[in-house]
Design a binder for this molecule. Structure first.
Ligand code: DGL
Length: 269
């Protein structure tokens, strides 16, 4: 393997800032890797859109990331992973890592009973992708799913632990708590941003953040493919489809560093 291949960046994308929760885990797990991130801030939310629209948007983003010569792509967005993963895989010749499979695996591991919950966007829940995957791993599992669309604007607004966020979490989660679930998958990349509220409302229920397992899976793939970057001085670059100000602020808060995102006309791709 040529050194050039190894030093190529990992592409990561999401509908907005949510995927930064995945970037955070990738930076921890793979500190030597270069990262190219795209957040579709002009077209967020994806969760209320049709599968066709989500797939079309994702294809444009993948074409943009390929123009940056990435070596693998993490579909950080659960809505894209659960609706468009198969389409993307059949259209593009690059390794994709999605979030549903590692999220389901992490949920099953250590489970004592068989009752679990999944929260996500309307499109993720409607796709049934988490239920299918969980059942594939554990046929007798009972899955309760709930769309929590208001969590996305709360996270985008930075309202991650105020009264509105707390009450919203309590109202959304009560139905799942009543079902006596043992674990709850955060099936949307925005949700770890309001994890404190979710934890507060969920009590002793185990919270599963797929982002951690996604980063570990990418490490495994790069190691097995001999693609780990052995150079020093990893660089992360961020691209968005709309104003950069709000994104930069959230990026700084979440990653503990100052980054200047660049604006891209994604419709060109
Ligand atoms: N971050 C997206 C996901 O993980 C959801 C946000 C949206 O609706 O665009 O599904």
């Amino acid at each position: 393997m040529m050194g050039g291949e190894k030093s190529k960046a990992i592409g990561i994308f999401d509908s907005g800032i949510g995927g930064l929760t995945v970037v955070r885990e990738v930076m921890k797990e793979l500190p030597n890797e270069n990262i190219i991130y795209f957040g579709d801030t002009a077209r967020v939310p994806y969760g209320s859109k049709s599968k066709d629209t989500v797939t079309k948007f994702s294809e444009q983003i993948v074409r943009f990331l390929l123009s940056k010569d990435v070596k693998a792509i993490i579909i950080a967005c659960n809505t894209v992973s659960s609706n468009s993963y198969d389409d993307l895989r059949s259209t593009f010749d690059i390794h994709f890592a999605e979030v549903v499979t590692p999220g389901a695996e992490a949920c099953i591991s250590g489970l004592k009973g068989s009752r679990v919950g999944v929260i996500g966007t309307e499109a993720t829940i409607r796709s049934g992708a988490y239920e299918r995957k969980l059942r594939q791993f554990m046929p007798d599992i009972t899955v309760f799913s709930k769309a929590c669309p208001l969590f996305v604007p709360l996270a985008e607004e930075g309202w991650t632990n105020n009264t509105v966020a707390r009450i919203t979490a309590e109202i959304y989660l009560q139905e799942l708590i009543d079902k006596e679930i043992e674990a709850l998958i955060l099936g949307c990349t925005h949700y770890p941003l309001i994890a404190d509220c979710i934890r507060g409302a969920a009590g002793f229920i185990r919270i599963v953040n797929p982002a951690e397992a996604v980063a570990a899976n990418m490490k495994k793939f790069l190691t097995e493919s001999n693609l780990l970057n052995d150079g020093q001085g990893a660089e992360s670059r961020f691209f968005v489809s709309d104003n950069t100000y709000k994104f930069n602020r959230m990026c700084g808060l979440m990653l503990g560093n100052i980054y200047e995102a660049e604006k891209v006309d994604i419709e060109r791709y």
